[in-house]
Design a protein around this ligand. Sequence first.
Ligand SMILES: Nc1ncnc2c1ncn2[C@@H]1O[C@H](COP(=O)(O)OP(=O)(O)OP(=O)(O)O)[C@@H](O)[C@H]1O
Length: 313
Amino acid sequence: VEPISLGLALAGVLTGYISYPRLYCLFAECCGQKPNLSREELQKDLNSKLFGQHLAKKVILNAVSGFMSNAKPKKPLTLSLHGWTGTGKNFASKIIAENIYEGGLNSDYVHLFVATLHFPHASNVTLYKDQLQLWIRGNVSACARSIFIFDEMDKMHAGLIDAIKPFLDYYDHVDGVSYQKAIFIFLSNAGAERITDVALDFWRSGKQREEIKLKDMEHALSVSAFNNRKSGFWHSSLIDRNLIDYFVPFLPLEYKHLKMCIRSEMQSRGYEVDEDIVTRVAEEMTFFPKEERIFSDKGCKTVFTKLDYYYDD
Ligand SMILES: Nc1ncnc2c1ncn2[C@@H]1O[C@H](COP(=O)(O)OP(=O)(O)OP(=O)(O)O)[C@@H](O)[C@H]1O
């Protein structure tokens, strides 16, 4: 190739990079990388990866795809995910993040906060509050389509919840920054007992788990259910102002779901599914309530470490 043509070609590529940001985004991660989130892809991911959560799948699919297809949302999307430990709340957040950003949870535009890790000392609340507000503001200024995930929300200090509130509201701008395209996901175990009670009632009356409707969870996820010290006070303060768009219940997982988690983990580690090991690992788990032993008390959370034992070569 002669130097002049090569120079022209390089200049062309560079101009393309500068004048067509989308071209650049083919090679590097960009804010709002997948502006047209594919509803089908999200649905496929939820269906194939998230087990035993028909209600959560439905709400997440409709909420996220609806929000992403709205060019001018009036407020940021706020999802509150509730349920027993190990039932897939973090996992579902990961699926959402991956459907919006290639890098998923590792993306520069996805931010995960864990209450006990990032905000451990009640005496530092004022400092955390300032830091959190600056952090959210800085990130949304840099990328309107930022995702913030708050884990262990029920262990978060009330003062910190107050710090987030202005960003969740119906304001066009807060100090010159618009938060309307951002997504806030709150995770907590609040309401888990009540969700479990509903699932147990269905089981005891011989109904299928999939027959549980969102309507059946209304009471479990109502203000009164959260308005106690154990669940934290945060809910009532956010609910009262209608700042949460969707409450997403995660049902406790049964023996058959544990088996699904184990099979899926075996496949992702590149092993052939060995049903004998699947059964042995699932049977090592403990279940509640004491008499019926239906639901796994740790969900799918510890099945993977138990699996290590069988593949320790
Ligand atoms: N419903 C599910 N379907 C498929 N895999 C699941 C499901 N629930 C849990 N898992 C698996 O178990 C792991 C741990 O679950 P996850 O961290 O999502 O639980 P959690 O509900 O966020 O729990 P916690 O309330 O303790 O934070 C996940 O990374 C995933 O691999």
